[in-house]
Design a protein around this ligand. Structure first.
Ligand code: SF4
Length: 417
């Protein structure tokens, strides 16, 4: 859980982006604070309408950098003049709006709790299935708030999913700190059964499984891959944060998986599914990470080619074991983070390039900027459709689209007439 502050400049659209970021940060359990000095992360949502504004943005970024542990710069100037901040020697992560919430999370699991009721947000039904995890990651502060997993029964969660579908959900998002260990507190591994139960509910909807750590998934990988192959309602999407490509770093992080086990999960899904999205996270600059360890992470990323990658620069959270470790310098962390972000852009860009020219059925889930809708295909590729009102597309609609282009983190599509 991080303390964050967000500053927004420019038009109404930019303010809408900040509201969306804040909503996702609050859903993940992060806390807003009034100023950068008391924040773990400051977010600057920029505008670049005139030269004077640009100068103001750079000056404000420099001030925030001096006041806070971590600075994230997003918004129009960050995207249009990405190098301006680096040229001005501002130490910040430059990110697309959509990437900000994951970067704030610092590699920890979300803190969404199951004892809050499921939420229907537009056509998206958010279903927290269990609170807590079975891990003790050395960098994590979330575990102090959530504790050991406490799993409600499969029947109870299917019932809650049923209620969301009845209330109009077109997409059920299954969340939790670690969905892969659901049931382990009862000596069981209930995730495959839960997914089958939810997908058996009548109706035209999709199901997205939220983050699951590799060690829990590894134990049920064959069974889980079978569920994915059988259940059409389940997006072919798996988010398993590996965090490092070096076993020594994973051990120091207190992760309970090896790099090889992560690879085995990926190989199992590659064998079972023709088209699927692997999403993973890397923490760079962990205190024990050597040059060779970092290179191992880069090699792993290049090798498994995830379509969605969150890169987080390590930062200390109070009270955690990792906070007591001697840290790496900020410059080194910045260099590694920039190098991995560059590689990520190449890998993710290539994945989206591969689907340009194809036609896919997508579900529109959310209205976006300037009369667009955000939609997802069966493999959870994000495809933005513009002029939605002209085509009569609303959130909740299924549409056939041809992918026309991409901008690295998402594709653009046009409805098939
Ligand atoms: S799995 Fe690790 S990072 Fe996630 S909540 Fe548990 S201890 Fe924290």
């Amino acid at each position: 859980m991080a303390r964050y502050t967000i500053e927004t400049y420019g038009c109404t659209s930019n303010r809408g982006e900040s509201r969306a970021i804040e909503r996702r940060l609050r859903d993940a359990g992060h806390h807003p604070v009034p100023d950068a000095e008391s924040a773990d992360v400051a977010i600057l949502n920029t505008c670049t309408v005139v030269e004077k504004t640009e100068r103001n943005m750079l000056r404000r970024a420099e001030e925030l950098e001096a006041e806070t542990a971590d600075l994230i710069v997003t918004g129009c100037m960050a995207l249009a003049q990405e190098t301006a901040f680096e040229d001005a020697d501002v130490d910040a992560q430059i990110l697309h709006w959509d990437e900000v919430p994951e970067a704030v999370t610092n590699g920890e699991c979300p803190t969404t709790t199951p004892d809050t009721e499921p939420v229907l947000d537009g056509v998206v039904g958010i279903l927290p299935i269990a609170r807590g995890c079975m891990s003790d990651c050395s960098y994590c502060i979330t575990k102090f708030a959530t504790g050991r997993i406490d799993s409600p029964s499969v029947e109870a969660n299917v019932e809650r999913a049923h209620d969301l579908v009845d209330a109009g959900a077109s997409e059920i998002r299954i969340t939790g700190q670690d969905t892969g260990v659901y049931g382990m507190d009862q000596g069981e591994r209930w995730l495959p059964e839960l997914l089958r139960g939810i997908c058996a509910i009548e109706g035209d909807f999709r199901v997205r499984l939220g983050m699951a750590n590799p060690w829990g998934v590894h134990a049920v990988r064959e069974e889980l891959a079978e569920v994915y192959a059988d259940c059409e309602k389940l997006y072919n999407f798996l988010h398993i944060p590996v965090q490092s490509g070096a076993d020594t770093v994973l051990e120091a992080m207190g992760r309970q998986h090896t790099v090889e086990e992560f690879r085995e999960v990926v190989a199992t899904f590659d064998d079972a599914l023709e088209d699927w999205t692997l999403s993973t996270d890397f923490i760079v600059g962990f205190p024990t990470e050597t040059d060779a360890d970092f290179q191992a992470s880069m090699d792993l990323l290049q090798d498994v080619e995830p379509e969605k990658i969150n890169v987080t620069r390590f930062s200390k959270r109070p009270g955690t074991d990792a906070a007591g470790m001697k840290g790496l310098g900020g410059t080194l962390k910045k260099e590694r983070s920039s190098a991995m972000t560059d590689l990520k852009m190449d890998v993710v860009g290539a994945a989206y390039e591969d689907i340009v020219g194809t036609t896919r059925r997508v579900l529109a889930v959310e209205s976006g900027r300037r009369d667009s809708v955000q939609a997802f295909d069966d493999a959870y590729h994000q495809i933005v459709v513009q002029n939605a009102s002209e085509y009569g597309i609303d959130p909740g609609d299924f549409v056939d689209v041809t992918v026309t282009t991409h901008n690295t983190v998402y594709a653009m599509g046009e409805p098939v007439e």
